[in-house]
Structures are given as structure tokens and as C-alpha cells.
Design a protein around this ligand. Structure first.
Ligand code: 9D3
Length: 227
């Protein structure tokens, strides 16, 4: 049973993404648990302040360190090596399938969702085990990124996917090729025909066709994967 804790100022955000699909099923099956924590529970002032202005000036507000440290230290009063504190931020190291496989070895996670213009750097330096970004684009906060990271890790856990090895043979698995194009019925849709080979029943020929189609698709959409 893997446990995910999420620290956020938008706890309602996660009612959506985790109610459906693989994560919801894994949760119902008792294979994972997800606990959402409202960062404002660790504020002490009347306005439940979680943010403040950056020293040195500049646009916008930063998440203050105290509520975040207090939250993590109260969720995990005795942190161990098996518990991973992850800060989601635009300045993090890139989260990819390799990072997902590495993280899937930990049984417990606490994901801190950044907001506003950022998070006081002492969280990254002295509280988080790692700081992760999900890609080179600008989100308005870490919540979507946390949902992405949890989805990605959860489906790697034993028992979560129906087929034991569905998580092994796939794009960004061992081989850096995109999946080949796939087709279902009808064999002729508006005059666009499914490649003849796939209807042939010749499994050796189908295997060769798929490999070539995957290479062509990768060259077209993701030439970076072919170096
Ligand atoms: C002054 C604003 N920034 C430059 C455009 C920095 C910035 C701060 C905060 C950019 C984004 C955010 C909010 N994003 C996240 O918290 C975030 C994120 C992302 O933006 N992209 C990819 N992965 C992630 S994980 C968390």
C-alpha cells in the first residue's frame, strides 16, 4: 500500500482528478491511499495567511515557509528514509518516466504544491527531498503537476494495472519509441482504410509493419527521441 499526502491551498482541486480512472480504482482496491491536507490548517493568524512578499522586491507573492514546515513536521513527526517529500515547482528537476520508476520504490510521499510566484527557497533547500517540474511550460500552481505525478507513479505499482506487464512494454519504457498507430473497426471509415497488413493475419508481417510505423511516427512527432 503506497500512501500519498498532498499539501495544497486548493484541497477541492483534487476531488476531480482522483475520482476517476486508475488512481480511483487503486484507491478503492486499497492499493494506494491519498490524503489531502489544506496548508491553511497550519496558519495561526485570523486571515490564515500562507503567502508574503519577496525580499528584494519583485512581482507577486511567495508561499511562506512556516506553515509548510509545520505541516510536513506534523504529518510526519518522525521522518524516515522511506518517506519522500517532493516539492512541485517550475524550477524543479524534470519529472519523466525514469523519475517515476525511481519514485515508485518509495512507499510514502508528501507532495507540496507550489502556488503564486513561487515558494520560499528554504522549503526546497531544507525540507524537500526533491524539487520536480513536469515540463517546460508554465502552470499556475503545483496541483495539476501533483495529480500528474501521482497518476504516473500509481500505475507502476504492483496490482494497479490489470495486466501485470502493461506498464513494461510501452512508450518511454525500455525503448525510446512512440507506440505504433493502432486501428479498430470499421476497416473502412469514410474511405480511410486500415493498413492492409493489419488485416492480413500474418503476425510476422504485422510485427514488422508496427515497428516501422512506430519509427516513422517517432521521427515525425518526436525526433528528439531518436537522438
Ligand atoms: C514569475 C513567474 N515565473 C516565471 C514564469 C515562475 C513561476 C512560478 C510559479 C512559474 C510557474 C509557477 C507555478 N508553477 C508550478 O508551481 C509548477 C510547475 C510549472 O509551472 N511547470 C511545470 N511543472 C510545474 S510543477 C509546479
Amino acid at each position: 500500500m503506497a500512501r500519498f499526502h498532498i499539501l495544497t491551498i486548493f484541497p477541492e482541486f483534487f476531488e476531480g482528478p482522483f475520482r476517476h480512472g486508475v488512481v480511483a480504482k487503486a484507491n478503492e482496491a486499497g492499493l494506494i491511499s491519498i490524503q489531502i491536507h489544506d496548508l491553511r490548517n497550519w496558519t495561526h493568524d485570523r486571515h490564515r495567511t500562507v503567502d508574503d512578499r519577496p525580499f528584494g522586491g519583485g512581482e507577486g507573492m511567495l508561499l511562506k515557509p512556516e506553515p509548510i514546515f509545520d505541516a510536513v513536521e506534523s504529518i510526519w513527526p518522525q521522518r524516515t528514509q522511506k518517506q519522500r517529500v517532493v516539492l512541485l515547482s517550475a524550477q524543479g528537476k524534470r519529472f519523466d518516466q525514469t523519475a517515476a520508476r525511481r519514485l515508485a520504490e518509495y512507499p510514502e510521499f508528501l507532495l507540496i504544491c507550489g502556488r503564486y510566484e513561487g515558494v520560499d527557497e528554504r522549503v526546497a533547500e531544507h525540507l524537500a527531498d526533491e524539487e520536480l517540474s513536469i515540463g517546460d511550460f508554465v502552470l499556475s500552481g503545483g496541483e495539476l503537476a501533483a495529480a500528474v505525478v501521482i497518476d504516473c507513479i500509481a500505475r507502476l505499482l504492483p496490482g494497479v494495472l490489470g495486466n501485470a506487464d502493461s506498464a513494461v512494454q510501452e512508450s518511454f519504457g525500455e525503448e525510446k519509441l512512440l507506440d505504433c498507430p493502432q486501428y479498430t473497426r470499421p476497416a473502412d471509415f469514410r474511405g480511410w482504410k486500415v493498413p492492409e497488413t493489419l488485416l492480413s493475419g500474418n503476425h510476422e508481417e504485422i510485427r514488422r509493419w508496427r515497428r516501422k510505423a512506430a519509427q516513422e511516427k517517432t521521427a515525425r512527432n518526436r525526433p528528439d527521441l531518436l537522438q
